[in-house]
Write a protein that binds this ligand. Structure first.
Ligand code: SGN
Ligand code: CA
Length: 538
């Protein structure tokens, strides 16, 4: 990842935090769990990870008073699959939710909320669910259908009604979460509350009160914004380029009579949800920008960079509401004496591209989207503070929560409890590599199917299905992954070792689509082989 990530925070501030063990010891078991997961929030847009772009004081507060994971990753960089990994503690090949477009989550399967219920916890989920089947294992739930809407969104309630609520989604989900903690839960029991935000998902629609923010800010263009994808075939064939694929109307709100775009009708349907006051605030803000844009009619490089700046501004404004609302939850917990015995987790369903490689969206195993932010406020009897550098993955959350609750961790869970790390231990046998597998292809954004292994230093990726391409990166020397080293003879032994390690992981996680050194099995990856199209639909 970019060198400017993990700035001074990792050095000066952490040093002072270690000496600051000023917390009282009011924690008592059982601990509560508040898990806040946003959608598409990437570390580049969170100031405790990256100071270049925006300030996120409330998210930083979690990191400052608690811990920041500096090597946190997902197993399959897409919403539904990430949620399934998180709930089950298993890779996609084991929980069978491979992609957003063809899968329905088998809600009869084991999940950590169900196991927490058995251990005497009250459980609740509010916000984005995105697993097609309805939530199970929760004493209370209220979720948005599909992706949800930013303005005046619909919610599916526990008795299977659909209701519409007035307002902006990030505020409403937070209201619902606080209302459950205050008025609906059984206060005699420990609780686990999952707050799943729609923000900061495409198409980045701002709350009216934040429309004017960041308009004077020029965001720094990533060094590889004009990437030519040399020697990276899969990267060259995606459809998530800011220049080519970001829609002027749908994504960047440049709606004007007589101008058309592929996604214009969808954008108009979002505007149609607004009440007159919301719509007026929206139009008052955007109309002058729209007029100015079509009058100047920028082209080429000027248009590319104009699109980048508008994208960054919209995204930053949506983060502002999110950060404010996380602050509301922290304040509630603090004011009600709950912070001392609650683990508060903040993460996202995956990272996102903020113009790196010229992109928006995620999916690739490259750093920006395989990473996900992860900061935690710990119960006050946990004295660990500062950075946790070990390789962790979203399959680790389920066993962490179970162990924290004192519940047994079933053998079939594939993740590893992070509790030893939260206690400040440095386990010598901590994992040395992570496994990744992305399946949603052919589909929107056209990112090829791929799996791979990431160690502290290297990343090996195999793109398969209608392509058969390997990539190798030395992340230490090439953090922005521009230089594919696969096939260079001086890296042959590293590739051989990484392939062997990857095969071990594929066997450990029982992934049926696996690389094999056996010639016979390699046929599965031949271009055009019908098996490869069905490989995961079992
Ligand atoms: C929508 C978006 C995509 C995005 C997917 C998955 N298109 O389909 O850009 O990649 O969601 O995102 S949109 O036109 O509907 O905005 S995920 O985070 O839910 O996995
Ligand atoms: Ca997402």
């Amino acid at each position: 990842m970019n060198h400017s990530l993990y700035p001074l925070f990792g050095i000066a501030t952490v040093a002072s935090m270690f000496s600051a063990c000023q917390q009282s010891d009011k924690a008592s078991k059982p601990y509560n769990i508040v898990y806040i997961m946003t959608d598409d929030h990437t570390a580049q847009m969170m100031s405790c990870y990256d100071t270049r772009n925006i300030e996120t004081p409330n998210l930083d507060r979690i990191a400052r008073d608690g811990v920041r994971f500096t090597n946190s990753f997902v197993a399959n960089s897409l919403s539904g699959p990430s949620r399934a990994c998180m709930l089950t503690g298993k890779h996609s090949c084991a929980n069978k939710f491979y992609d957003n477009t063809t899968c329905v989550f088998d809600s009869a399967q084991q999940t950590f909320p169900k196991l927490l219920q058995k251990a005497g916890y009250q459980t609740a989920v509010v916000g984005k669910w995105h697993l097609e089947s309805l939530p199970s294992g929760f004493d209370y739930w209220e979720v948005v259908p599909g992706q949800g809407d930013y303005y005046n969104p619909n919610f599916i309630t526990q008795n299977n009604d659909t209701i519409q609520k007035e307002g902006y989604i990030t505020n409403i989900i937070t209201d619902d979460a606080i209302d459950w903690m205050e008025n609906k839960r059984d206060k005699g029991k420990p609780f686990c509350l999952l707050i799943h935000h729609k923000a900061i998902h495409r198409n980045w629609m701002t709350d009216t009160c934040n429309l004017h923010l960041y308009e004077d800010k020029e965001f720094p263009l990533p060094n590889n914004f004009y990437d030519d994808y040399e020697n990276r075939l899969a990267a060259a064939s995606q459809e998530m380029s800011i220049v080519k694929d970001m829609d002027l109307i749908y994504d960047l709100k440049m709606l004007k009579e007589g101008k058309d775009s592929r996604l214009k009708t969808l954008y108009e349907s979002f505007l149609g949800r607004m009440n007159p006051a919301q719509r007026k605030a929206w139009d008052d803000f955007y109309n002058p920008i729209i007029e100015d844009f079509y009058r100047k009619n920028p082209q080429g490089k000027e248009l590319a960079e104009w699109k980048f700046q508008r994208y960054m501004r919209d995204y930053a404004k949506v983060v502002k509401s999110l950060d404010d609302n996380v602050g509301r939850v922290l304040d509630y917990l603090e004011a009600n004496g709950l912070l001392d015995n609650t683990l508060v987790v903040y993460t996202s369903d995956q990272g996102f591209y903020m113009g790196e490689h010229g992109w928006f969206d995620k999916r690739f195993m490259y750093e920006e989207s395989m990473r996900t932010p992860l900061v935690m406020h710990l119960p006050s009897d946990f004295k660990t503070r500062g950075d946790i550098p070990q390789l962790v993955q979203n399959i680790d959350y389920a066993p962490t929560f179970l162990e924290l609750a004192g519940a047994p961790i079933p053998n079939d869970i594939q993740g590893v409890s992070l509790l030893p790390l939260l206690k400040g231990e440095k386990p010598a046998d901590w994992r040395k590599a992570l496994y990744y597998h992305f399946y949603e292809y052919p589909a929107e954004h056209m990112v090829k199917r791929h799996y791979g292994i990431r160690t502290e230093r290297y990343k090996l990726i195999h793109f398969y299905n209608d392509i058969d391409v390997w990539e190798l990166y030395d992340i230490q020397n090439d953090p922005t992954e521009m230089n594919n080293l696969y096939g260079q003879s001086e890296y042959d032994s590293i590739v051989t070792e990484l392939k062997a390690n990857m095969l071990e992981l594929q066997e450990q996680y029982n992934d049926p689509v696996r690389f094999s050194t056996e010639k016979e099995d390699q046929r599965i990856f031949q271009v055009g082989n019908p098996i490869i199209y069905q490989a995961y639909c079992v």
